[in-house]
Design a protein around this ligand. Structure first.
Ligand code: ATP
Ligand code: MG
Ligand code: MG
Length: 156
């Protein structure tokens, strides 16, 4: 059995299916934990070197720590959104389900780092995600399959 399962979550139906499957797997082992984690790409955050109308003033000059607070609040809000989704879509999990969010250069890098840092023993993720293109496998799934050493279950 697996006891530390990661579900990378991008708000897609595919990722929600992955969560249900992960919870089913985890239910076989009383101490199992499912971590539902969204990676926020750094590039989607406000540019720290710009303040106001295109002025090249570092954030830190106006208010040291303000950029840090922005990042923290984005992470916090993302975690709350995940928790709400879990509340609404999971009736009665037989395992611990925790929400987490991390900022990283890319979803693949964030997921691979998370696997290492949190001793993950199985990844369950969507075969596709929010991307509009159809095909076999999304780029995040493909990248994760290439970069982690633990088993990866991709689901439709
Ligand atoms: P692409 O992004 O390549 O256009 P896509 O969006 O259809 O295609 P992926 O992004 O590879 O496909 O999504 C596959 C799975 O990867 C999702 O179901 C989800 O489990 C996971 N995933 C995608 N993006 C993220 C993210 N930012 N954070 C966490 N998990 C993610
Ligand atoms: Mg995608
Ligand atoms: Mg993408």
């Amino acid at each position: 059995y697996f006891k530390n399962i990661l579900v990378p979550y991008d708000e897609s139906d595919h990722a929600r299916s992955a969560l249900h499957i992960a919870i089913g797997l985890a239910g076989a082992y009383p101490e199992a934990k499912v971590s539902v984690v969204t990676v926020i790409p750094s590039a989607s955050l406000p540019n720290p070197t710009l303040m106001g109308e295109g002025l090249e003033i570092p954030y830190a000059m106006g208010d040291p720590g303000s950029y840090e607070r922005i990042m923290e609040s984005v992470v916090q809000r993302t975690c709350e959104d995940i928790q709400e989704m879990v509340r609404q879509s999971i009736d009665d999990a037989q395992c611990r389900v925790v929400a987490d969010a991390v900022i990283s250069n890319s979803p693949v890098e964030g997921i691979a780092d998370y696997v290492q840092q949190h001793d993950i023993d199985l990844v369950v993720m969507g075969r596709r995600g929010l991307g509009a293109l159809r095909g076999m496998l999304g780029s995040v799934s493909f990248g994760v399959l290439r970069s982690v050493d633990v088993p990866v279950l991709t689901v439709k």
